[in-house]
Design a protein around this ligand. Structure first.
Ligand SMILES: Nc1ncnc2c1ncn2[C@@H]1O[C@H](COP(=O)(O)OP(=O)(O)OP(=O)(O)O)[C@@H](O)[C@H]1O
Ligand SMILES: [Zn+2]
Length: 790
């Protein structure tokens, strides 16, 4: 008998062992029984004898694969994640696999084929004519047989039909099409709206096309009127969900690299073939992509695999487009629009070595790429690399670890590197490569800081910004305005009694969204119609909080009635494909002013944008978080970098109530090294990262009294904890109520641990969790290297 550690998809930090007479390779799926329920797990380490003598181990019920789905390198990575992030190795393993590979044991299957091949005879016999059965029932009937393996294969081969709970993306999609019946009608004979619509339809010069193509310009009722007149028909058509592609010209861009780019490529390729982390610091618009491409090509030519991480695929179409043109078929694009089925297919193509380059957001770091040689993390400072639910990992840090395990080269690139990476470079752990200028002698934009303090209190736009916008509009150039707050206003308060409209679940003021006339909680998503009168005193007059993009848009439309304005934030982004549309309209110069939240801060490269205005730079500065200055510097520098990227000289105006804040001053000079110097000295004095490591234990409960009692007790115990460490080895903050004291109906407290080393942090966490028995009714989560402490 052999004994195996099995990794289960549950977050219990404990080892689970099962036995089997078979020799099972590490990394294959197995079926086991856990708490009397069938569960799929991943097979781990094998032992020749029982880990503990007096325990009777349960047998592994079924082995699902011959070959490991998780290779030894990814398995080492999963184990490291388990150790480092305090998640179970199982949750880490399952984060690496496409959902389709995790069979639903409660699903129903039906025999659908007419013939029965020899190999499935037994399986087919277990079905009565046309009847559906649960996989678990089949297992009972066919005891000891590889039922799950059969079911998976027979489904694949079309003998069985598995009733999966399909995600919406897997369901076939139906869209309305327009079919032109009568091509001879004179549009002028129709009422004006119908006339315009028909002109548009005829102009398509296609007999059939999706209604969506004209739905921006024509209302449905008008189209419907044409249908009633028998000129056109509207019919639904099932369409394949197409694989996500951006239209590309297909033309490779040819650039002559400048000296700095050449040097960076040379320096990096000197270390080719081995683990080494490189930090590519290049100012905005310096052409980092052109540095990545030859390095990637050089790896691919040698038959090695490359993983390229970007923060959010939908927000970086220009990058994807460039890569598509350059690498074509060997490129796999991993993004959230893929259906489970497509994700599986792509995963298989990568594992087979058909795709040598993967581009995707953080989870692409788990791609089963054989012979991995290079990992690139673009915009490595981005918070979106952090996963905020289990396993709570940071894609950038996992990338570095995967590079180490696979002996691959790692490049972290940014115009505003994280202080962690900058510090590692200063210590010599990472190698630094700089791009200090834009190619073709293109100058950085002129930046002006405008103080809102005296002259403009209460005003959204300064005279400086207004006249700069007018100037650019006159010259038919484009403007980007940045306001990092969505909605209309940050709160709504009764003028008479002071009642603030709060979220009942979270006890936080709700945002007012004028477009939908509703109040929204930006933390839990709760919404309700905005009140006409105060729910407390019945008065009809309200004051509104700080303006969001909707309010800015309203003001802009009054100030510049002629301008074509496009607002882009996650409210407007709900309309499908809005980002793609924005991209095209900006390129075709159908937009004069693009207004948006941080969604527009990344990677945009439009040659006609010559003015960037930051409406209020203080939004991110006022958050009570030690990263506030860093975030503000990053956002301001990145947005400012969208201006003047081609031959027309650019300009930036930053409006702020903190004109002398170092984050804003350094951002106005695009001086990252200067900012880093100053910020690092603050961090050192306050024992924050990168000098100390940070961990946060968040305690939550629906019962506030119970939570408080437990936390009082914990703070007594925690006092002793400090004495078990040498002085300065760790620092503890709390337990105290978290800045958001209540969220989604749960009360929240946290304990923040700062430690000089990972080991000290671990020791402290283990003591708190294992020795200070905290009531099991209190839910806790551990966040290592948290990006937010709210
Ligand atoms: N050597 C070069 N000659 C001419 N144009 C170049 C050269 N290198 C890059 N470019 C162009 O400069 C623009 C900016 O390049 P890229 O988008 O790679 O910059 P980046 O460093 O990623 O900037 P950001 O961090 O601001 O997104 C692109 O349009 C790119 O095609
Ligand atoms: Zn809420």
């Amino acid at each position: 008998m052999f004994y195996y550690e099995i990794y289960l998809p549950i977050n219990i930090l404990k080892e689970f062992y099962y036995c089997s007479p078979l020799e099972i390779p590490e990394g294959v799926r197995v079926l086991v029984s856990f708490n009397r329920k069938d569960m799929i797990g991943i097979c781990g380490t094998r032992f020749e004898s029982a880990p503990e003598k007096d325990i009777r181990y349960k047998q592994i019920i079924e082995v699902l694969d011959q070959q490991p789905l998780i290779d030894s390198q990814l398995m080492s990575l999963a184990k490291w994640m388990g150790e480092y992030y305090y998640c179970s190795t199982g949750t880490a393993c399952f984060a690496m696999l496409p959902a389709w590979l995790i069979p639903d044991i409660q699903a129903e299957v039906r025999w659908v084929a007419d013939d029965i091949p020899e190999k499935y005879k037994e399986l087919a016999n277990a079905f009565s004519e046309g009847q559906a059965q649960k996989v678990s029932e089949l297992r009972k009937k066919l005891k000891g047989k590889p039922v799950l393996q059969w079911v998976e294969k027979a489904t694949e081969e079309g003998y069985l039909e598995l009733n999966r709970k399909l995600s919406p993306k897997d369901k076939p999609k139906t869209v309305n099409y327009i079919h032109i019946i009568d091509k001879t009608v004179d549009p002028n004979s129709l009422p004006s709206k119908q006339k315009e619509a028909l002109q548009l339809i005829y102009a398509k010069s296609k007999e059939e096309f999706p209604l969506a193509e004209i739905s921006r310009d024509v209302s449905y009722s008008v189209v419907h009127a044409l249908e009633r007149k028998g000129i056109i028909s509207i019919f639904p058509r099932k369409i394949e969900r197409e694989f996500f592609r951006f239209e590309t010209s297909g033309l490779k861009k040819v650039v002559t690299l400048n000296e700095e780019q050449e040097r960076a490529i040379q320096e990096i390729l000197q270390h080719k073939g081995h683990f080494q982390v490189h930090l590519l610091y290049g100012i905005t618009g310096s052409g980092k992509t052109e540095v990545y491409i030859p390095i990637i090509r050089s790896y691919i030519q040698e038959g090695k695999g490359v993983i390229f991480l970007i923060p959010e695929i939908a927000l970086t179409p220009q990058m994807v487009e460039r890569f598509q043109a350059e690498f074509g078929d060997i490129l796999a694009i991993s993004h959230s629009q893929l259906s489970d089925r497509q994700r599986l297919e792509q995963w298989q193509r990568i594992a087979k070595g058909e795709c040598r380059l993967v581009i995707g957001a953080r989870s692409a770091i788990f791609s089963p790429m054989p012979n991995l040689g290079l990992i690139i993390v673009d915009e490595e400072h981005e918070q979106s690399y952090k996963q905020e639910n289990n396993p709570r990992y940071n894609g950038r840090d996992v990338a570095v670890m995967r590079g180490k395990i696979s002996d691959a080269q790692v490049i972290l690139g940014s115009a505003t590197p994280s202080l962690e990476s900058w510090y590692n470079q200063k210590k010599g752990k990472y190698l630094l490569h700089c791009l200090n200028s834009r190619p073709l002698d293109i100058k950085l934009p002129q930046v002006q800081i405008v103080s809102l303090c005296e002259d403009y209190s209460q005003q959204m736009f300064s005279d400086e910004l207004i006249s700069a916008i007018s100037f650019r509009l006159e010259r038919k150039e484009q403007v980007i305005l940045f306001q990092n707050r969505r909605g209309f206003s940050s709160y709504m308060q009764c003028l008479k009694c002071g009642e603030l409209i709060k979220c009942p679940n979270c006890d936080i003021s709700m945002y007012y969204h004028r477009d939908r006339e509703e109040m929204q909680c930006h933390y839990c998503g709760n919404t309700y119609p905005s009140p006409r009168k105060c729910p407390q005193c019945g008065s009809y007059s309200f004051v509104y909080g700080s303006p969001g993009t909707q309010k800015v848009e309203q003001t802009l439309r009054i100030l510049f009635p002629q301008a074509r304005i496009l607002r882009l934030d996650s409210d407007s982004a709900r309309q499908q494909d809005i980002y793609k549309i924005m991209f095209r309209r900006m390129k075709d110069k159908e937009v004069d002013i693009l207004l948006g939240t941080q969604m527009i801060s990344k990677g945009l490269d439009f040659p006609e944008v010559t003015l960037v205005g930051i409406v209020n730079a203080d939004i991110s500065l006022n958050i009570p978080d030690f990263r506030a200055a860093e975030r503000t510097f990053q956002l301001c520098t990145q947005v400012a970098g969208r201006s003047g990227r081609a031959d027309k000289e650019g300009e930036v105006i930053i409006q702020t109530y903190n004109p002398r804040h170092y984050a804003i001053i350094y951002a106005s000079k695009q001086d990252f090294p200067g900012f880093a110097e100053e910020e690092l000295s603050h961090r050192r004095h306050l024992y924050y990262p990168p000098y100390y490591r940070l961990a946060r234990i968040l305690f939550q409960s629906a019962d506030n009294n119970l939570l408080q009692e437990e936390m009082d007790e914990l703070s007594q115990k925690v006092k002793n904890l400090l004495n078990t460490f040498p002085q300065g080895e760790i620092f503890l903050l709390g337990p105290v109520p978290a800045p958001f004291t209540k969220m989604k109906n749960l009360y929240r407290w946290h304990l923040i641990i700062k430690g000089r080393t990972t080991q000290s942090i671990k020791k402290a966490i283990n003591t708190v969790l294992n020795e200070y028995k905290i009531s099991s009714t209190i839910h806790y989560t551990i966040d290592i290297d948290p990006t937010t402490l709210m």
